[in-house]
Design a protein around this ligand. Structure first.
Ligand code: PEP
Ligand code: MN
Length: 338
């Protein structure tokens, strides 16, 4: 339920209303005093007689939310959320590009790739240090050493760092070495992990699970926000369909749908969607045109030798060309791309 207050209300009236609702067992999610004068009432509101609320002078209107997600819901916060990560803003006018290897393999590898993606316009360096691999025999990542390499190389090149977290015991390491925590498709519904992330202040990029609906994805974001961490970025990375020509099917429709339902920024990962490097540029252009707030792209200087996801990784030269193409789209829709 969302309660909209009248302008110039008496503060005591609002306080009385909130404490009454809390006494009745509801949780209040408010951003009172900011640009909007609304608050959310979370709990079993289905049986609540909303007419009772109109007894309070401060109440302008009451709206029942049909959707099960509240804090994520645009009805509760009409303006776009902008996540500030140091000097980078995600969700504003600028379309932010994250790029780098699938996995951190060595310092030298990260150094070569970071320098190239920075020169081409990326602002955030991606790289997996803890890898969620389908096979236990596949490369599992460098762990903490990988995070340290990402941090050092990113700092040297004026980039920020995003990396995937799989284990709640590593949250401390991520708070120390990375700027954005990525939660991968396979952990989208790891609710114990999401609850822990709710206690952190770190920006979280939550990928959509490959077999999850948009509503399930938004409910996972709700877990993090309900825990107290509102720095959530959503990332569509393709879903499983019957089509074998691509690794996954990029669900472009998530962009306008999520933009309508939620105020959170949406990033697109065309690399994991396509699974093939030669599709990445087209999917990136389409994503920018459809309103994505950023892209996360796998880049490797020697994709043939990559420890993971070489087939979908762009060589630096191709990445540079992609940046040129998406800038043209950005210009057409009046959005900045570095
Ligand atoms: C990745 O970003 O390297 C990754 C494993 O992504 P996803 O969780 O989308 O499969
Ligand atoms: Mn990958």
């Amino acid at each position: 339920m969302i309660v909209k207050l009248k302008r110039n209300t008496v503060e005591q009236d609002v306080k009385d209303l909130i404490s009454q609702l809390e006494e009745e067992g509801f949780e209040i999610h408010s951003s009172l005093g900011q640009t909007y004068q609304v608050f959310g009432v979370v709990g079993d509101t289905a049986k609540y007689d909303i007419n009772r609320l109109y007894a309070y002078q401060c109440v302008d209107s009451v709206l029942r939310i049909q959707e099960p997600f509240k804090k994520v819901n645009r009805k509760l916060k009409s303006e776009d959320t902008i996540i500030k990560v140091k000097d980078v803003e995600i969700g504003g006018n600028e379309i932010v590009i994250m790029a780098g290897p699938c996995s951190v393999e060595s310092r030298e590898q990260v150094e070569i790739i970071a320098e190239k993606v920075k020169a081409a316009g990326a602002k955030i360096l991606r790289g997996g240090a803890y890898k969620p691999r389908t096979s236990p025999y596949s490369y599992q990542g460098m762990g903490l050493d990988g995070l340290k390499i990402l941090r050092e190389v990113a700092d040297k090149n004026g980039l920020l760092v995003i990396s995937e977290l799989m284990d709640k015991d590593h949250i401390g390491q991520f708070e120390e070495y990375v700027d954005i925590i990525q939660i991968g498709a396979r952990n989208m519904q790891n609710f114990a992990l999401l609850k822990e992330l709710g206690k952190s202040k770190m920006p979280i990029m939550l990928k959509r699970g490959f077999s999850n609906t948009i509503e399930e994805w938004l409910m996972s974001a709700e877990y993090i926000m309900a825990g107290g961490n509102e720095n959530v970025i959503l990332c569509e990375r393709g879903i499983r369909t019957f089509e074998p020509m691509t690794r996954n099917t990029l669900d472009i429709s998530t962009i306008p749908i999520v933009k309508k339902l939620s105020h959170l920024p949406v990033i697109i990962d065309p690399s994991h969607a396509a699974g093939k490097w030669d599709l990445v540029e087209s999917l990136s252009m389409a994503s920018v045109a459809a309103g994505a707030d950023g892209l996360i792209i796998e880049v490797h200087h020697e994709p043939e030798k990559a420890f993971s996801d070489g087939a979908q990784s762009l060589k630096p030269k191709k990445f540079e060309e992609l940046m040129v193409s998406i800038r043209k789209i950005g210009k057409a829709i009046d959005r900045k791309i570095n």
